[in-house]
Design a protein around this ligand. Structure first.
Ligand code: SAJ
Length: 418
């Protein structure tokens, strides 16, 4: 019989991954302490609220808090297990910044009494879980840390990368298969017992470095496929072809599945994780690097196309629809749409740009300094605009009355109005 964990858990980092994981454990009867450095996040959660938009998460968090199973705090507490879900951004040279993981480990170390399970969920370059074990060995020489050659250990360390899709987190956290890579086999087994509390997906036990790499590979695979689609859109622009029609036809082949071109790849995962592979093996990862460059170049291309269309007008107004990094979410960080708006506004300082985003109530800070960009409702922006650039495929934009586009120059980067 596979063991199911029934101790207490601390989740370090209450963001897009940590909070759903904390809630998923807590509503199934586990006592969970959520630790976060942001006092506003801690307060919101203890009030039963969620500080960002994610379907069904609010109900889970308020239920868990009301049941007394989930408590948020800025102080580390001793528990039977720790799940680290802090960010791993990259530095200016695109190498991974492990400082958040390091400080989580430093705050967990004094709590350990022996017997605890520590799971790293943060996306990490190969070797990070082993480094966690080495850091802990330095910080707690009185405890035996696990080593690849299975031997007795006082603490169990594993990597279980998150794989949920923003917008579908509460479904996928339950249904997705999980890769659980232990520093030793026993570490993987102990970590798996925690995920058995809420996961209905297959639990794939492996070693830590393979689990780390598998996660990076998943996102690099998607990035390369999107880059292929984005490159096809550049080629189609040059050849005066409709890229959507080309891809639609090609995808009818039983073994072809090209993803969708757009204004670029945003978010904190697909646009970041492939760089960890490039950084680990630079000369061997030419395709992965090029895919990143193709996708990173797309916002400038889109902005250039809009600027070229504006040259036909004396004093045009441009509506930019969507600022989020993808459809139907409120996350504007690392968004190619924001980059497009910024580039157009800077190239055309005398032109008014109306930016519409149904999931926001104002411009993000990254656009607020531009005097020629104004926040607007989509319908108002369309009413005033000469040129319409569709940047995000939000459902609200799909269902807009198409007659609002009559007489406008339309640039649909997501192909939803074809
Ligand atoms: N995008 C396109 N064309 C597409 C698909 C996406 O341009 O056909 C763009 C989106 O608009 C967005 C970006 O790519 O700007 C990323 O969006 P996404 O929906 O592909 O992925 P994320 O970043 O929201 O979530 C990904 C997922 N990874 C995979 O599907 C392999 C998710 O399962 C991971 O858990 C997540 O990264 C993560 O946290 O790593």
């Amino acid at each position: 019989m596979d063991e199911v964990f029934n101790g207490s858990v601390t989740v370090v980092g209450l963001g897009y991954i940590g909070l759903p994981t904390a809630a998923a454990l807590a509503i199934r009867g586990i006592d969970v302490t959520g630790v976060d450095v942001n006092p506003a996040t801690v307060k919101a959660i203890n009030d039963g609220r969620v500080p960002f938009v994610e379907p069904d998460l609010a109900a889970a968090v308020s239920g868990a808090v009301a049941m007394g199973r989930l408590i948020a705090t800025d102080q580390m507490t001793p528990t039977d297990a720790y799940i680290i879900a802090v960010p791993t951004p990259f530095l200016d040279d695109k190498s991974p910044d492990l400082s958040y993981i390091r400080s989580a480990v430093e705050s967990i170390a004094p709590m350990l009494a022996g017997g605890e399970v520590i799971v790293l969920e943060s996306t990490s370059p190969p070797g990070t879980t082993r480094r966690v074990s080495e850091w802990l060995a330095d910080l707690r020489p009185d405890l035996r840390m696990p080593h690849a050659a299975d031997g007795p250990a006082d603490v169990f360390i594993a990597h279980c990368p998150e794989r949920v899709l923003p917008g579908r987190v509460m479904i996928e956290i339950v249904t997705n298969a999980r890769v659980i890579g232990g520093v030793t086999r026993q570490c993987a087994q102990r970590a798996a017992s925690i995920y058995r509390v809420f996961s209905q997906g297959e639990l794939l036990l492996s070693d830590a470095a393979s689990a780390e790499m598998a996660k990076l590979v998943e996102n690099a695979y998607r990035d390369v496929n999107i880059a292929f689609a984005n490159e096809l859109s550049l080629i189609s622009d040059e050849l005066k072809l409709d890229v959507w029609e080309v891809i639609r036809l090609a995808n009818h082949h039983p073994r072809v599945n090209i993803l969708t071109p757009g204004p670029g790849v945003g978010g904190h995962c697909i646009a970041v994780d492939p760089w960890f592979i490039v950084s680990a093996a630079p000369s061997a990862s030419r395709l992965i690097r090029t895919a990143r460059e193709v996708n990173d170049g797309k916002p400038a291309h889109v902005a250039g196309q809009v600027v070229a269309k504006a040259a036909r007008f004396v004093s045009p107004t441009i509506a930019c629809l969507g600022l989020a990094f993808k459809a139907n979410i409120d996350d504007l960080r690392e968004s190619p749409a924001v980059e497009v708006v910024r580039s157009i506004a800077m190239a055309l300082p005398d032109v008014t740009i109306l930016a519409a985003e149904p999931y926001a109530s104002d411009l993000p800070i990254s656009l607020a300094d531009l005097p020629n960009v104004r926040f607007a409702r989509a319908e108002d922006a369309l009413d005033e605009a000469d040129i319409v650039a569709l940047l995000v495929d939000h459902d609200q934009f799909r269902s807009l009355n198409r007659s609002l586009l009559n007489g406008k120059v339309v640039y649909d980067t997501r192909g939803i109005w074809r």
